[in-house]
Design a binder for this molecule. Structure first.
Ligand code: FAD
Ligand code: NDP
Length: 647
């Protein structure tokens, strides 16, 4: 059971009532369909908002092709963010492949994934960069600040690509269309289209590969709400994930947004991205209207310059320090630190034990699923979370002078419903006379006209609308659905169809029966932690272990086919589903991408419910999951894997 601090039961009840009312206000029957994925908009003007603003087409077109048509590569990697890079690096380090045997492709024009696309002013890592930037020990790089800026993180992706000779192994501006298993050759055939900018025709490519890794990430497809009249707006619009410095002035390196000085700007959205963007826009815009549907919870950031003199004493004090730091931090996140355990990071993630309702916790993964027990647990999580959220709300009162504005900026949901945000300037900005909070009381703007954005029949005339409204996130689809790619395995079976039929079905979250030598990143049936790099690194290591062990088993000179058996994936799926009731407290959350904007919360069909239960993450937290994998490795037989040489 969750250990609870003593809180006033009446207060707790009143707060929970308010949480439930606020969540209800925001529920919409259309769920995530309230959004339009920009790349799929019918209107050219909206569709073009998802175009890549950063690709240097001239220099990319001048490069010699790195693809040998129909050649067989050892590994094909979809996605050149940190996930794809880490996997490629682990393959190289384990001796499975040389850099030359690997090809990565990405729709982006360079390395970095998230950090390539997102270049908005104010972008920083939201957790300590010493724990987030991968391979700091191997590269010797020391982040400049405790929270690295977006450009520094992107440059780090380029740094690691270069160190492992991957710079010229990636094809950019390229979209993967199909990935198909060939039963005869026992290889994957991959078709992809290389875009070459507005003045050159695209090129279609086909290659074959022994191993395929889908490292497509989750937050890659910018979306906007379907607000009536959006297309009629005659001013400027753009999405934060494709920041338009031509409109604002400045650049990612020089964030002087001088062109906004005579502009009235609306920012729609107040979540993690907006909390970074708004203070910078507010510095320059003539008038700023912050269009709020749900307030973020904003915690102190305490940015600091890294002391390079003491970095190797205080942080990087021994070999393996980064992993130790990640695990230490994670134990606080999952409310499982040992009594008296030193908190190495001591940030705003480690003082909210209630967040473990979302992150999992080792001591109570399998819980009694009776409604009475689940209600007891939810009450306990709320009690655990209340002091934290009370402090968050009190901080708003301290920072914002106008009590009415402060009241509107207070978040009324438990911490586990949204990712925390961190800023020392966001709340204070609302004390400025040119910054206006337009609270929509959970509804969003009712319409947009040629010149204005309308909330509760009041028109706000603006010159620029910046959408900070997140990404299309597929919660229940197969790993292929996140890539917009058709993946077909043995006997032409589609990965999407498999998921639609049985739900998630994997070993440890990363491979599935009928799709030999195909691996994917993700959290479903795997693990989740606030530090995505810790997770991506773990996945890369684990998959590489399976591949290299498979290669050893079949022996030199033979091609290994690694596949999970149906029995093993069913056994893992059952273990995951058994633990699903742990997450029952998340069901009452205010809508957001964590709960698919409420898609499927009212599913009652037992079969459909069962599919959803299989798709959750391991409920005992990341350290417990690492132990599960560690024990699986120790057992030594690669249990559940069928490994054969290719015919
Ligand atoms: P991504 O970085 O998303 O890379 C996947 C790539 O796959 C993309 O470039 C995409 O273009 C490409 N792709 C997808 N489909 C195809 C296809 N069919 N063909 C070709 N290419 C394709 N996490 C944290 O832990 N801490 C943070 O501070 C943090 N900050 C973030 C800030 C922002 C603005 C966002 C959006 C996310 C943030 N995240 C953060 C989450 C972040 O996404 C992960 O930390 C991590 O960078 C994901 O890496 P990835 O390689 O898995 O995916
Ligand atoms: P989110 O999906 O988290 O937020 C979207 C925002 O848009 C919410 O405030 C949402 O309100 C609002 N919104 C949606 N529809 C409307 C509408 N019709 N009217 C008004 N507002 C609306 O996207 P983000 O880009 O902010 O963040 C996505 C994720 O990316 C984060 O959770 C985090 O994992 C990562 N990230 C990390 C950052 C970092 O600091 N390193 C920075 C940015 C992102 P509502 O809550 O009511 O739905």
């Amino acid at each position: 059971m969750v250990t609870t601090p003593s809180v006033d039961p009446q207060k707790l009840q009143a707060v929970r009532k308010r949480y439930a009312e606020e969540a209800k206000k925001r529920q919409r029957p259309e769920g995530s369909a309230q959004f339009l994925q920009l790349s799929q908009a019918h209107e050219e003007r909206l569709r073009s908002l998802s175009d890549d603003p950063w690709a240097d087409h001239k220099s990319l077109n001048a490069k010699p092709s790195i693809i040998r048509e129909n050649a067989v590569y050892k590994a094909f990697v979809l996605g050149a963010g940190f996930g794809g890079l880490l996997f490629s690096i682990r393959l190289i380090e384990s001796g499975v492949a040389t850099a030359n045997d690997i090809r990565l492709v990405d729709a982006a024009g360079g390395f970095g994934g998230t950090w390539y696309w997102n270049r908005y002013p104010g972008l920083h890592c939201d957790l300590e960069s010493y724990m987030y930037l991968p391979l700091l020990e191997e590269t010797g790089y020391i982040p400049k600040h405790k929270y690295s800026a977006g450009s520094e993180i992107r440059q780090h992706a380029e740094r690691i690509a270069s160190k492992w000779n991957l710079t010229d192994k990636a094809l950019f501006r390229t979209t993967v269309k199909t990935v198909s298993w060939d039963d005869d050759t026992e290889l994957w055939t991959v078709n992809f289209v290389e875009g070459r900018g507005p003045s050159a025709a695209p090129i279609e490519h086909q290659i074959r590969a022994q191993y395929v890794y889908l490292a497509a990430g989750v937050l890659t497809r910018p979306q906007v709400p379907r607000i009536p009249g959006l297309h009629t707006f005659s001013g400027e619009i753009f999405h934060t994930a494709r920041w338009n410095y031509d409109i604002t002035g400045g650049s990612q390196e020089d964030q002087t947004l001088s062109k906004l000085r005579d502009k009235r700007v609306a920012v729609v959205g107040t979540a993690a991205t907006a909390i970074g963007v708004i203070p910078v826009v507010g510095k320059y815009a003539k008038e700023l209207y912050v269009i709020q549907r749900t307030p973020a919870y904003v915690k102190p950031r305490n940015q600091q310059v890294t002391n390079k003199e003491t970095f190797h004493i205080d942080v990087a004090y021994k070999k393996g320090w980064q992993f130790e730091r990640q695990c230490n931090w994670n134990s606080f996140l999952t409310n499982s630190a040992e009594p008296g355990q030193k908190n190495l990071v001591g940030d705003g993630w480690t003082d909210m034990p209630g967040y473990s309702a979302m992150m999992g916790s080792p001591s109570h993964g399998v819980v009694d699923p009776s409604p009475e027990n689940l209600e007891r647990r939810t009450t306990a999580f709320h009690a655990l979370d209340l002091p934290h959220m009370e402090a968050v709300r009190a901080r708003v009162e301290q920072a914002v002078k106008d009590p009415e504005t402060a009241e509107k900026l207070k978040p009324w949901y438990p911490s586990w419903c949204k990712r925390p945000t961190f800023s020392d300037t966001y709340l204070e900005l609302f004390n400025e006379p040119h910054v206006h909070l337009v609270d929509t009381d959970g509804k969003g703007p009712s319409r947009i006209t040629e010149r204005s954005i309308v909330v509760s029949e009041k028109e706000y005339e603006v010159d620029v609308i910046i959408f900070s409204t997140g990404f299309q996130v597929a919660r229940v689809g197969s790993p292929a659905s996140r890539t917009n790619t058709t993946v077909t395995g043995r006997k032409g079976q589609s990965l999407d169809e498999k998921w639609a039929k049985v739900g998630a079905a994997t070993l440890h979250g990363y491979l599935t029966n009928g799709f030999p030598n195909l691996f994917f990143s993700g959290t479903s049936q795997g693990t989740i932690t606030g530090n995505n790099i810790m997770m991506l690194n773990f996945i890369a290591n684990h998959i590489t272990y399976m591949i290299s062990s498979g290669e050893k088993r079949v022996g030199k000179g033979k091609r290994a086919i690694v596949e999970v058996t149906r029995e093993a994936e069913e056994a893992h799926s059952a273990q995951v589903a058994k633990r699903a009731p742990y997450f029952s407290s998340v069901a009452g959350c205010t809508p957001g991408y964590f709960n698919g904007y409420g898609d499927g919360v009212d599913v009652t069909d037992p079969e459909e419910k069962g599919k959803r239960e299989r798709g959750v993450v391991w409920s005992e937290g990341t350290i417990s999951f690492l132990k599960l994998i560690g024990d699986w490795k120790k057992e030594g037989s690669l249990k559940g894997l069928k490994i054969l040489p290719a015919r």
